[in-house]
Write a protein that binds this ligand. Structure first.
Ligand code: CAA
Length: 240
């Protein structure tokens, strides 16, 4: 049986690596993106994974988008809530817009997408939901009160939905990646990144593929007894 997996923010970085790893593991995969159509088209050309554009912060768009994916591929049985953004600033300089944007995409986006798939999963009595948290949601990070708040909140959200889904064979887990070699980390000022790397015992960034390893693990058929956990993949930077 080929299950359908949907990865948000799935055309670049950790999302793209997750989508490709799920495809290699035998899933039918769809990926969403917010705005970069050119990158999405190049991704589809390279991987044959179909892409769909919508903003996860919009609940109506999420419902309509999931309906489109399901019409094209079949019911979504694996959801990877990977879409996320940063708007880093020290709190004393953070604008309300920077605060809200990050909450809307990272946290409300996770709620919106889960809402769009949960009834189908409950009816079919099967689901795998994997929510992307972050090491910084566990440890905190100066300059990221907004981002870290969403990534910590995702852990509470995950545990709560795990409790709701357990009796219906729906697992809900989080992954907390460390600093990973993606465009998001590429945006950090080089001198600051150098400092951050000194705090990683492994002495390097993760690769996106190393994070995707966790996604495939949690999506697996025989991962049905793993629920409510936060899987840290951070090179030893923070041990929760
Ligand atoms: N701890 C404590 N204080 C710190 C600090 C730290 N880690 N980093 C900076 N500061 C202090 C500075 O010493 C400075 O103090 P003074 O004003 O007293 O001199 C003050 O904060 C301002 O620092 P900057 O000069 O760096 O300020 P800035 O406005 O130029 O930059 C910033 C602020 C954008 C937040 C910048 O510090 C930054 O980029 N920090 C890194 C944030 C980060 O790690 N983001 C992760 C992005 S990747 C990601 O999020 C993926 C994931 O899940 C891991």
């Amino acid at each position: 049986m080929q299950r359908v997996a949907l990865v948000t923010g799935g055309t670049a970085g950790i999302g793209a690596a997750s989508a490709e790893a799920l495809l290699a593991a035998g899933f039918r995969v769809a990926a969403t993106y917010a705005g970069n159509r050119q990158a999405a088209e190049a991704f589809t050309e390279r991987t044959q994974i179909p892409t769909f554009a919508w903003n996860v912060s919009d609940p109506v768009a999420c419902k309509a988008g999931v309906a489109k994916v399901e019409a094209a591929l079949g019911p979504v049985e694996v959801l990877v809530n990977n879409a996320g953004i940063t708007r880093d600033a020290m709190l004393h300089r953070m604008t309300i817009a920077q605060w809200r944007e990050v909450l809307d995409v990272n946290l409300s986006g996770c709620f919106n997408m889960c809402s769009a798939v949960i009834n189908g999963m409950r009816e079919r009595r099967f689901g795998r939901i994997i929510n992307m948290s972050s090491v910084n949601g566990l440890s905190g990070q100066a300059g990221q009160t907004n981002y870290a708040a969403t990534k910590a909140a995702i852990i509470g959200f995950t545990k709560s939905l795990a409790l709701e889904g357990a009796s219906r064979n729906i697992t809900v887990n989080a992954i907390a990646p460390g600093y990973t070699d993606t465009a998001m980390v590429g945006d950090i000022r080089p001198d600051i990144l150098e400092q951050i790397l000194k705090s990683v015992p492994a002495g390097r960034l993760a690769t996106a593929v190393e994070i995707a390893r966790g996604v495939v693990f949690l999506a697996a058929e025989d991962a049905g007894f793993i629920t409510g956990i936060t899987l840290s993949i951070n090179g030893g930077r923070y041990m929760a």
